[in-house]
Design a protein around this ligand. Structure first.
Ligand SMILES: [Zn+2]
Length: 297
């Protein structure tokens, strides 16, 4: 039978606030119709694909917010600012209900393909839109499409970003080694293998999953996600999700999230369910960037 690993009392006591055993950062990417097809212009000739993306902020997001509210869970929403411009009222509700909004490009650009100046331009534009439309200056960033270039961490720090949730180097937060020692950038790593796309996406334009004409059984997906959460909780770690309202917050699929939220709630105060920004601030407060206990092992 699985048991809690034998961590020293000191390490366990200092890991999460108020004696919590583990942390959960529920995080959702509200990509809408942004992404590759918008960037290459093909979206203009494919209104069906556009509406599939638009369904996210327009119909799925309110349903997801209702469910989060029912469990009194606060989450983080990474939003390309093109979505904020076109569904501003939907995004206002995210902020009004106490959730966090954070950077995710403007049109879901692939940061590793961009010059330093192009990244700066996107960050400036995004910051202005978040400030003007939502009255928020984000402190978090998730790289769209998975990767970033050498200078990205420094650019993020220049914009006052405290954390990224883009990489996979640990099961709990750590400081990026590329950030300057005096201004650490915290990474709150997610897991792309349990991204909802891997189990639940089904699109024809583009084909996904490539070569597979199926989606996964909903109860199996719920069991997988709950097993991951329980594993992170058992070992006192931090579980961060990469979920997309347009994929996981459809009417029937909401039962998957409902099962997951029930599993989190069942642990009561032993779980610190928090926004990524709260976890980053707490981590920074606890660890200096040069402190080995704060780094990825
Ligand atoms: Zn995204």
């Amino acid at each position: 039978m699985l048991t809690e690993p034998s961590l020293s009392a000191d390490l366990r006591a200092s890991r999460w606030p108020a004696g919590k055993q583990s942390a959960v950062a529920l995080a959702f990417d509200v990509d809408g119709p942004t992404g590759d097809a918008m960037l290459d212009g093909s979206l203009l000739s494919n209104p069906r694909y556009f509406t599939q993306g638009a369904y996210g902020p327009w119909k799925a997001l309110p349903r997801l917010l209702d469910l989060l509210g029912a469990y009194d869970l606060k989450a983080t929403f990474f939003i390309p600012t093109w979505v904020v411009l076109h569904w501003g009222e939907r995004c206002e509700r995210i902020v009004r209900e106490g959730h966090e909004v954070a950077y995710h490009g403007h049109r879901h650009e692939v940061f590793i393909d961009l010059s330093r100046q192009q990244q700066l331009d996107i960050m400036e534009r995004s910051r202005a839109i978040f400030q003007e439309r939502l009255g928020v200056t984000p402190i978090g960033f998730r790289t769209p499409s998975g990767d970033w270039s050498e200078e990205t961490a420094h650019i993020l720090r220049a914009f006052g970003v405290l954390y990224s949730s883009s990489m996979r180097g640990d099961d709990r937060p750590y400081f990026h080694p590329s950030a300057t020692p005096e201004h650490g950038l915290v990474e709150i790593p997610g897991r792309w293998d349990i991204d909802d796309y891997t189990a639940l996406a089904y699109t024809e334009e583009p084909d996904f999953p490539i070569g597979l004409d199926r989606i996964s059984d909903y109860r199996t997906v719920e069991q997988n996600w709950c097993a991951e959460f329980e594993g992170y909780h058992r070992e006192g770690l931090c579980w961060t999700t990469i979920l997309h309202p347009k994929v996981c917050a459809k009417p029937g699929r909401l039962s998957i999230l409902d099962g997951l939220f029930q599993a989190i709630a069942a642990h009561g105060d032993a779980v610190w369910a928090a926004r990524c920004g709260d976890i980053a601030r707490w981590w920074i407060d606890q660890h200096s960037p040069g402190d080995r206990h704060g780094r990825s092992a």
